[in-house]
Design a protein around this ligand. Structure first.
Ligand code: CAA
Ligand code: NAD
Length: 290
């Protein structure tokens, strides 16, 4: 099966990045949001990101920057009407909030209106793909496509099969991921897949160091950047991912692995989320404050 039209649902940090990368790779894209103002915000973010990339890529020829950006934008049609988006699409990539009920509700309604051939993929960070997939009747055309933030820069795509995912669906998506310029890795539908299972342990330990006052957040970040060559320290990364997403991921991990002390509630993260301090997306990037 060939993919030519892509629908991305959710135009936040991840969905706008996925839509951008798909458009840059030549696909026609429908981007679905809940209202016009969020759609406008998503399109503005895509434009800024495409400009950043183009300015680097066409350093020698500034005239090509505008052409690149307008080609990318012209391939993305924003909509709040899911029916229009789904009428001709080959693959739906869901990137809405990290909430199992919201994702299941969405997929259940998509299943009733999408064409039978359409592949469904979730970009969930932590929810078992099988759990989301069972809200549909297309288990053979369901899988996880887990992108990384920021999507235009991060080269990895985790492709997560459930037992029912057909070989055709899997191979189509591996080819699709490669065409997006990503290196694809595969894993089972295991908690946190590969990257988040490991990142979860690492960031949890960092927050515990802070809670014990072993070191200041800035020093922990500097230590991991200069001592382990990580591009961001753990706190910078948590702010970048979003503390709301981080909290939801931790809750999912705790639900599926309740005996693991690693996933006990984090007082620091819970407090910040309660105060609406979610990291970069709400302007609480601690690296910019003293
Ligand atoms: N769009 C386009 N270009 C971008 C970009 C974006 N959103 N973000 C960064 N860039 C590019 C730009 O070319 C930028 O240059 P300009 O500022 O001149 O435009 C260049 O990257 C360098 O960026 P910065 O100078 O701002 O910073 P940097 O060198 O630290 O690179 C980074 C930025 C690529 C984000 C890097 O810090 C990094 O790799 N950080 C770690 C990110 C990471 O670990 N992501 C995974 C999170 S976990 C996840 O995603 C899974 C999950 O389920 C939660
Ligand atoms: P976000 O909060 O930035 O964006 C979510 C967007 O989905 C919002 O704009 C919201 O309006 C929209 N939305 C919610 N319900 C919708 C619906 N029914 N239809 C259309 N749009 C809807 O979140 P995000 O960081 O982009 O994360 C999205 C998903 O990607 C989550 O499942 C998250 O776990 C996963 N993810 C996040 C990261 C990260 O670093 N933030 C990385 C990989 C995967």
């Amino acid at each position: 099966m060939e993919i030519s039209h892509v629908t991305v649902i959710g135009g936040g940090q991840m969905g706008s990045g996925i839509a951008q990368v798909a458009a840059q790779s030549g696909y026609n894209v429908s981007l679905v949001e809940v209202n016009e103002s969020l759609l406008e915000k998503a399109k503005a973010n895509i434009k800024l990101s495409a400009e950043r990339l183009a300015k680097k890529q066409f350093k020698e020829d500034a005239s090509k920057v505008d052409e690149f950006v307008s080609t990318v934008i012209s391939r993305i049609s924003g909509t709040t009407d899911i029916h229009t988006a789904l009428s001709k699409t080959d693959i739906v990539i869901e990137a809405i909030v990290e909430n199992v009920d919201a994702k299941k509700k969405l997929f259940s309604s998509l299943d009733k209106i999408a064409q039978p051939k359409t592949i469904f993929a979730s970009n969930t960070s932590s929810i078992p793909i099988s759990e989301i997939a069972k809200s549909t009747n297309r288990l053979d055309r369901f899988l996880g496509l887990h992108f990384f933030n920021p999507v235009p820069m991060m080269k990895l795509l985790e492709v997560i099969r459930i037992p029912e995912t057909s070989d055709e669906t899997y191979e189509t998506c591996m080819k699709f991921g490669t065409k997006l310029g990503k290196t694809c890795v595969t894993c089972k539908d295991t908690l946190g897949f590969i990257v988040n299972r490991l990142l979860g342990a690492y960031t949890t330990e960092a927050v515990r160091m802070l809670e014990r006052d072993d070191a200041k957040a800035k020093d922990i970040d500097i230590a991991m950047k200069l001592g382990a060559s990580y591009p961001m320290g753990p706190f910078e990364l948590l702010d970048y991912i979003g503390l709301d997403t981080t909290q939801s991921v931790r809750e999912t991990f705790a639900r599926y692995d309740p005996q693991n002390p690693l996933y006990e509630p984090s007082p620091t993260i819970d407090k910040l989320v309660k105060e609406g301090k979610l990291g970069v997306k709400t302007g609480e990037d601690y690296t910019k404050s003293e």
